[in-house]
Design a protein around this ligand. Structure first.
Ligand SMILES: Nc1ncnc2c1ncn2[C@@H]1O[C@H](COP(=O)(O)OP(=O)(O)OP(=O)(O)O)[C@@H](O)[C@H]1O
Ligand SMILES: [Mg+2]
Length: 259
């Protein structure tokens, strides 16, 4: 028996914890990736899963800012050899762990393939400790974003139910399909005010994606416009919103249960 067969047998026997990678991306910026990724990490933790939220917006990281976590060692310190891996992941008040990145670091925004290999190594070292690693990527179609989405078991795209955001979501998927195989992707509509028309928009997009890209697009969920989320990001305590029962957290809870 070779090692792959042995690993498969352990998996079938349920004795091996297989960490799943989820990526959260979008074409257009500011559509709610970070808000959703944090809430999803929080809801999966509430279900008893061990979750690491990896701030994959390497050069413009802001999960720590959203969660009001004081600056500490981050991925930049690790790559520079100034910090050990065990000193970087921090436990958040929402139960999951955060692997913070750096804000304003141009060298992280434009990593070479060799430098990204170090990140793959980091992930391999981290994955035995977690059930899920979630990548909160930056917006758009740059190389870093696609390197992370390519690693994911589930590619989650966030969009608003608006033509510009939907067209960017399609463009994102198109650039992905040109570089690597994407048999299936999952869509989340955020800031939805009217579900019936968003559903119609989804059905059209799904058809176009299947026809022109050959990818199955599945609707993971719709998240409502939520004044509590917006107000908390502007000065309150977002963690308090994610701990409680807002319209937004309830929708993300359903998604987490499905995952
Ligand atoms: N469902 C919602 N209801 C109300 N406000 C929301 C909702 N989702 C996100 N927002 C607000 O939209 C803004 C952008 O959200 P967020 O930072 O999560 O987007 P992003 O896609 O991660 O942005 P970037 O592309 O810059 O990384 C924030 O102020 C957030 O509070
Ligand atoms: Mg973000």
């Amino acid at each position: 028996m070779n090692s792959d067969q042995a690993a498969n047998l352990r998996r079938i026997a349920g004795k091996q914890n297989k960490c799943r990678y989820l990526s959260v991306s979008s074409g257009k910026g500011g559509v709610g990736k970070t808000t959703f990724a944090v809430c999803l990490a929080s809801e999966l933790s509430k279900l008893g899963r061990k979750v690491l939220l990896f701030d994959a917006d390497l050069g413009l990281a802001n999960v720590d800012v959203l969660l009001r976590i004081p600056p500490g060692a981050n991925i930049r310190d690790y790559l520079a050899g100034d910090a050990a891996l065990k000193d970087i992941a921090v436990k958040t008040s929402l139960g999951f762990y955060l692997f913070p990145a750096s804000s304003g670091a141009l060298e992280l925004a434009e990593l070479s393939e060799e430098e990204f290999d170090k990140i793959r190594t980091i992930l391999k070292e981290l994955e035995s400790g977690y059930d899920y690693i979630i990548f909160d990527t930056g917006a758009g179609i740059n190389a870093n974003v696609h390197r992370f989405t390519r690693l994911a078991d589930k590619m989650i795209l966030i969009t608003l139910p608006e033509p510009a955001a939907i067209s960017d979501a399609y463009a994102f998927l198109k650039t992905a399909v040109r570089q690597y195989e994407v048999n299936r992707a999952y869509l989340v509509f955020n800031r939805v005010e009217e579900e019936v028309s968003s559903l119609r928009v989804f059905e059209n997009l799904k058809r176009v994606v299947k026809r022109f890209l050959g990818t199955d697009l599945l609707l993971l969920g719709m998240l409502r416009e939520d004044g509590m989320v917006k107000r908390s990001a502007r000065g309150g305590d977002p963690a308090a919103v994610f701990k409680g029962d807002s319209v937004f957290t309830e929708s993300v809870r359903r998604i987490a249960a499905g995952i």
